[in-house]
Design a protein around this ligand. Structure first.
Ligand SMILES: Cc1cc2nc3c(=O)[nH]c(=O)nc-3n(C[C@H](O)[C@H](O)[C@H](O)COP(=O)(O)OP(=O)(O)OC[C@H]3O[C@@H](n4cnc5c(N)ncnc54)[C@H](O)[C@@H]3O)c2cc1C
Ligand SMILES: NC(=O)c1ccc[n+]([C@@H]2O[C@H](COP(=O)([O-])OP(=O)(O)OC[C@H]3O[C@@H](n4cnc5c(N)ncnc54)[C@H](OP(=O)(O)O)[C@@H]3O)[C@@H](O)[C@H]2O)c1
Length: 309
């Protein structure tokens, strides 16, 4: 493609500007995008999309996909949860009412599970402030705090960037002086992947009903490794909560790696339901009397989940 064709495609297809970009490390970033249109109404926990043209350069070292000539002019879009840094630079809860940007927390996927070069994130990681991007005009999703009572206990469990929607929901609960207890945990590979650890530490100092449990799986030895599932089976969530896990007044939110979540599989022929292996959190919670909240079947429950892939 010629440089002029690229300029024209960017003008036609992009509708937002990167106004802030913080690289937590080479593979993890917080990104704020100001749409050309008014910031859409939305609820904490929902997601939008980000997109870039396949003509954009890839981060060096992330391989190269074999694009057909007709795909070169196409845009690749992916879903991203809206995030929130929770505190402003004076350590007060952010006032988002006058902000014109949407925030995202994105990890670089170098290759897919089957070893192919990932498509969008190697391009997102080439962005710098001022660059143009495609942002979805609709914000959507059922992974929200809808139906939560002020006295309910809330457990947020995530892997990796799955903590992003939880941070936004947490901000919402804290600013509304949520009366129930809130426990959040995020499981990441390395300490450096805990981008919001200081924010959570400050929140624990400020809000007596809030506890945060960080987990890293690749800093120590293999037998020190603990997954989110272990927090439930060992009783640590209850210890932090200061009371038994009571399904009547507790909602659990699960976001990130589908293996951590462990959505039951339904056999289409027999209708039988089975749990995936290795054991995910849903199996543990169902054994304790929790039920999946299912928007498709309109079943109200207290297990809410968002799988990232
Ligand atoms: C509702 C929803 C919200 C999402 N929100 C976020 C978000 O806030 N932040 C974010 O980083 N990603 C998020 N994702 C994942 C995102 O949509 C993309 O799949 C991801 O950025 C990879 O895109 P890609 O084109 O680079 O990779 P692709 O070429 O599409 O490869 C996809 C593969 O990357 C891996 N993968 C995808 N997402 C992740 C992830 N977050 N962490 C670890 N491995 C992953 C999986 O192996 C998956 O099969 C969300 C997905 C959904 C469905
Ligand atoms: N984070 C990095 O520094 C880094 C560096 C290079 C590339 N990447 C790429 O970035 C993408 C995202 O990586 P990510 O680390 O954010 O997400 P991830 O692969 O989903 O890992 C997040 C956390 O989930 C844990 N986990 C894995 N399987 C689990 C299971 N069955 N049950 C419960 N927890 C489980 C992981 O532990 P384990 O340690 O056991 O996997 C890790 O602690 C991947 O494509 C990866 O290749 C990340």
């Amino acid at each position: 493609m010629t440089p002029q064709e690229i300029v024209d495609l960017r003008t036609q297809r992009y509708n937002g500007t990167v106004v802030f970009l913080h690289k937590v490390h080479s593979d993890l970033m917080i990104l704020r995008v100001k749409p050309d249109f008014p910031k859409p109404e939305h609820l904490p926990g929902q997601y939008s999309t980000l997109g870039l043209g396949n003509w954009e350069p890839r981060l060096p070292g992330t391989g190269q996909e074999n694009l057909k000539p007709e795909d070169e002019k196409k845009l690749t879009r992916r879903a991203y949860s809206l995030g929130c840094t929770i505190l402003d630079n004076k350590a007060n809860l952010l006032d988002l009412s006058h902000t014109d940007y949407l925030e995202f927390y994105v990890v670089l996927v170098r290759t897919t599970d089957d070893g192919k070069p990932a498509i969008l994130t190697p391009r997102l990681f080439m962005l710098t402030p001022g660059d143009r991007i495609q942002i979805g005009e609709k914000i959507t999703g059922h992974y929200t705090l809808e139906g939560i009572k002020p006295t309910d206990n809330i457990i947020f469990l995530s892997t990796g960037t799955g903590e992003s929607p939880h941070n936004y929901m947490l901000w919402d609960l804290l600013r509304k002086n949520h009366e129930g207890k809130i426990v959040a945990s995020c499981c990441v590979r390395y300490n450096k992947d805990l981008a919001f650890i200081r924010v959570h530490q400050e929140l624990m100092r400020r809000f007596p009903n809030y506890r945060y449990i960080p987990l890293t799986t690749r800093d120590g030895t293999e037998n020190q490794k603990r997954y989110i599932q272990d927090l439930l089976t060992s009783g640590e969530v209850e210890a932090q909560l200061g009371e038994p896990l009571n399904p009547v007044k507790t909602h659990v939110f699960l976001c990130g790696n589908p293996k951590m979540i462990g959505v039951p599989i339904k056999n289409m022929q027999t209708g039988e339901r089975s749990y995936p292996t290795p054991m995910g959190v849903i199996e543990i919670l169902e054994q304790r009397g929790f039920e999946i909240d299912n928007n498709k079947t309109k079943t109200k429950g207290n297990i809410h989940f968002e799988e990232y892939w």
